[in-house]
Design a protein around this ligand. Structure first.
Ligand code: NI
Length: 195
């Protein structure tokens, strides 16, 4: 088990496009993914991209809880369930429709802060698993958000760069205080990376 150091916003590895993985089944990729899983578990986040652990390769991992208000991920039997921890290598995103929705995001590379980000509501994504098999899914809501957030890391984009109104970038503690004081409606907890 290895918990890797997480790069913070400002480190050059977070600002460059990551390189495609030549062989998803290579042992060093399996080792990288295992270490990323240990790191994500330790940080208690929803997702992690390889550049965040100083490895400029196109690899992301993420999971998403079941949400009543979004079309859930369906497994092979058509049953609704949370999105299990997924490894996606060389991912691609296709936008479906033109609807966007705003949500609060946080990122392990931007500790302590949260910001309101508009993301595409519905996407289809595909990529390779560790065994080289293709994964292709449609996603909405939080599921779509976490995938867009993680894949942005592969293109050198950190969520504040997606924000329109920087007044909505704030410390998590201040936002919680603001909500507790009744000055804001109770809202869902931010996507904690990471979204
Ligand atoms: Ni992030």
């Amino acid at each position: 088990m290895a918990i890797l150091k997480i790069a913070r916003m400002g480190h050059p590895v977070l600002n460059r496009p990551a390189d495609a993985v030549a062989d998803p089944t290579a042992p060093e990729i399996a080792r990288l993914v295992k270490d990323m899983m240990d790191t994500l578990d330790d940080a208690q986040g929803a997702g992690l991209a390889a550049p965040q652990v100083h490895v400029p390769l196109r690899v992301v991992i993420f999971s998403a809880p079941y949400e009543d208000d979004s079309a859930p991920y369906e497994d092979d039997d058509g049953a609704s369930q949370a999105v299990p921890l997924t490894v996606l290598i060389n991912p691609e995103i296709e936008l479906l429709g033109d609807q966007r929705s705003e949500g609060w995001e946080a990122c392990l590379s931007v500790p302590g802060l949260t910001g309101l980000v508009a993301r595409w509501e519905t996407i289809r994504y595909r990529g390779l698993a560790l065994d080289g098999q293709t994964i292709e899914r449609q996603a909405t809501g939080f599921h779509a958000r976490v995938v867009q957030h993680e894949c942005d890391h592969l293109d050198g984009i950190v969520y504040p760069m997606r924000m329109i109104n920087m007044a909505q970038l704030m410390f998590c503690e201040e936002r919680r205080h603001y909500i507790r004081s009744g000055a804001a409606d109770e809202e869902e907890e931010p996507l904690s990376e990471d979204p």
